[in-house]
Ligand binder design. Structure first.
Ligand code: ATP
Ligand code: MG
Length: 685
């Protein structure tokens, strides 16, 4: 029998219970890894619904990654029965923002069926804008993009950016920012950062909208609070200011997103903004063995602290932490794969009990090959996902264009896919024509004036394309939209195009199958009870448009395939592993320049890297294995690697080294040799 909420409450320790039951004002739970912060949030949601009689609709729980949101949803789902959980929002900040935007589209001045630009779309737009004046390289575009993102996260609007610009480069970025936002608006599109920024600006400036949302959301819970940025914090503050009914939980030692605008000082700001804030600290760790916890505590003690925390565990010491040194990166991958193969049997574990964590996605490539070699099932999070496959991006672009013909990015992606003999020159002239008249590319294709700038053959091809799309749109309006979409794919013979472009027929076949999976997904989403949608604050009228935009938006947000519950080894970056736990954890690449990362060493942000290592270590419940390579290919060359400085910061008595031919650093040994010779010389006079 599943336990009731009060039984679950009983299982928590007294401080956790206090955090769950405190509902009269703002509450901050500040505690180290594995101390049960997320458990407080999930239990508190059930408590609010079942014991306090609050409607689940009035509760919004927010966390940092989609994976974490899914896990939380699952945990809450086990506690709430039947319709109790209907309308509950458990999502990322971005999805919450998206829901607010969808509900407030008109107020915000957007048309229905708006587009969400993913970072690649945004980059393409920036490239166009920046290339107008001068040739720019990828690095300049990246730096402008991250500056704009930083401004948006810090709530600096285009009109204000210039006054914040500190040098010429930033002044340039500020001007691009202005043009970029104007274009987004013209395309009826928003970017990722807008998902938070737009709701905040709306709630700040529109008292009616603010009142609406305050009526809607009565209680907020925020997990991983240390990684909120300025605009995310403001969103919580605006929504909750009046009642001050929220619970946020976090751990400053796990702040690992400063590079994306996270402000761990938000923890301190909270105390200033809400003087009645109740702060609860948790100290018992329920996740890891004593050895793993000691390693984590000792490591993080090397960082300065805002709040002191001591974590202890009743789990006993457990196995020592293994540090495995390998000849090179391939040997490292081979070692991890073969160990998982044998240890699964030895520990009578499942594949899913193993997680391999690394600093960068590129580290997974070799490992994937080795896992495939041993036929070990695995799931890669955040790598090349379903939605970043070319065929899926093409299909999505068609869907986007169908619901929003003004989506120029979508238009550009598919106007010549499959081939319609529309070349870059035609597209450029079309784009100039459209820009001069401030209309979309699609609309421009319908204009008679176009014939003056383009040869007749080109205008004919363009209008054939737009008529084709218009025809599909018409069919969608009239009846079975999904059938219309399926026919569209057949009529244009997308499959033939895939066969022409694939190196083997089986590849083309798989790609086409992916496209059909996508359309099946769309059909399912269309027929789904909107009540059951995770983000049930959606108020948009349903229909195929809504279903497509849901799909487009969700997929851009999630950037990963449908959740796969099957039994697989988990491969993910340390960043993506936040909040999760696994019985057996492998941390790969414990080397200088990799962890800590070379860039971090150069710009002096090693403390953040140390927190990242802390996050990685504290994911492990029973065993932790760290691996490193003596040589690794980097920048096209085979480089010698040094063990990570973080290994020196761990308690040596808890580490069990393997494959270290010589426990001493050869440099140190040589230096000592020299000292000895010098000593002898001086003795001999
Ligand atoms: P992180 O900082 O990594 O996000 P956390 O503080 O959110 O960690 P949880 O994930 O909530 O920690 O809990 C860690 C583990 O401890 C989970 O397996 C959870 O079920 C268990 N746990 C939490 N509280 C208790 C408790 N009072 N008694 C027994 N187990 C608990
Ligand atoms: Mg947690």
């Amino acid at each position: 029998m599943t336990p009731t909420t009060s039984q679950r409450l009983q299982r928590l320790n007294p401080r956790q219970q206090e955090a769950v039951k405190y509902i009269d004002g703002p509450c901050l739970v500040l505690a180290g890894a594995g101390s049960g912060k997320t458990s407080v949030i999930t239990t508190k949601i059930a408590y609010l619904v079942q014991e306090c009689g609050m409607s689940a609709r009035r509760i919004a729980a927010v966390t940092f990654t989609n994976k974490a949101a899914r896990e939380m949803k699952e945990r809450v789902g086990q506690m709430l029965k039947g319709r109790e959980g209907h309308g509950l929002t458990v999502s990322t900040f971005h999805t919450l923002g998206l829901n607010i935007i969808r509900a407030e589209l008109k107020t915000l001045g957007y048309k229905a069926g708006f587009s969400l630009f993913d970072p690649e779309d945004a980059k393409a737009l920036l490239r166009d804008l920046m290339n107008k004046d001068a040739q720019v390289d990828a690095e300049q575009i990246n730096s402008v993009q991250s500056k704009i993102s930083q401004w948006k996260n810090d709530l600096v609007l285009p009109g204000q950016a210039l006054s914040f610009a500190e040098n010429e480069d930033e002044q340039f970025a500020a001007r691009v920012y202005e043009a970029y936002n104007r274009h987004l608006k013209a395309y009826n599109a928003v970017d990722f950062d807008d998902l938070i920024l737009l709701p905040v600006v709306l709630l700040q400036n529109d008292p009616e909208a603010l009142a609406r949302w305050r009526r809607k959301i009565h209680y907020m819970l925020v997990d991983e609070y240390q990684d909120t940025n300025v605009s995310q914090y403001l969103l919580v503050k605006l929504l909750m200011a009046e009642r001050a009914t929220f619970t946020v939980v976090g751990d400053d030692d796990q702040s690992i997103y400063a590079w994306r605008g996270a402000r761990p000082e938000n923890l301190v700001t909270l105390g200033e903004d809400f003087p009645r804030l109740k702060v609860i600290k948790l100290e018992q760790n329920y996740r890891s063995t004593g050895t793993i916890l000691r390693a984590a505590n000792t490591l993080i003690a090397n960082n300065p602290h805002v709040y002191d925390k001591t974590l202890w565990s009743e789990m006993g010491d457990g196995a020592p932490i293994r540090v495995v040194v390998n000849r090179h990166e391939e040997a490292e991958a081979e070692r991890v794969a073969s160990e998982i193969l044998t240890r699964r049997i030895k520990e009578s574990a499942s594949w899913r009990d193993f997680a391999v964590l690394y600093r960068g996605n590129f580290q997974a490539r070799l490992l994937e090959l080795k896992l495939q070699h041993y036929q070990i099932p695995y799931k890669l999070s955040g790598g090349t996902s379903f939605f970043s496959r070319n065929e899926i991006k093409d299909a999505m672009a068609y869907l986007r264009l169908l619901i929003n013909p003004a989506d120029d990015n979508a238009f550009l992606r598919i106007v010549n896919v499959p081939r319609r003999e529309v070349g870059p020159n035609t597209v450029e002239k079309l784009a100039n024509y459209a820009t001069e008249r401030s209309i979309s590319l699609f609309a421009a294709c319908h204009e008679l004036g176009l014939e003056q700038v383009l040869p007749t053959r080109a205008t004919e091809r363009l209008s054939r394309f737009t008529h084709f799309i218009d025809g599909v749109r018409k069919r969608m309006d009239q009846g079975d939209a999904i059938a219309a979409i399926r026919d569209m794919l057949r009529d244009m013979d997308y499959e033939a195009w895939l066969y022409q472009n694939a190196s083997a027929p089986t590849i083309a076949e798989r790609r086409m199958a992916n496209v059909w999976i996508l359309i099946d997904q769309l059909e399912k989403s269309l027929n789904r009870d909107p009540e059951e949608e995770a983000d049930s604050t959606a108020t948009e009228t349903d229909g195929v448009e809504a279903a497509i935009s849901r799909l487009v938006l969700r997929d851009i947000l999630e950037q990963q395939a449908e959740e796969d519950d099957s039994d697989r080894v988990q491969l993910l970056t340390m960043h993506a592993s936040k909040g999760l736990e696994f019985p057996h954890v492998y941390l790969m690449g414990l080397e200088e320049d990799l962890l800590p990362h070379r860039n971090a060493i150069e710009v002096g942000t090693v403390e953040e890297e140390r927190r990242l290592a802390y996050v990685g270590i504290t994911r492990a419940r029973r065993t932790l294995t760290m691996t490193l390579a003596r040589q690794r290919k980097a920048y096209g060359e085979l480089m010698d690697c040094q063990p990570s400085r973080f290994l020196d910061e761990l308690p040596p008595e808890d580490l069990e080294w393997e494959g270290r031919a010589d426990k001493e650093d050869p440099d140190k040994k040589q230096a000592r040799g020299k000292d000895a010779i010098a000593g002898l010389r001086s003795l001999l006079g």
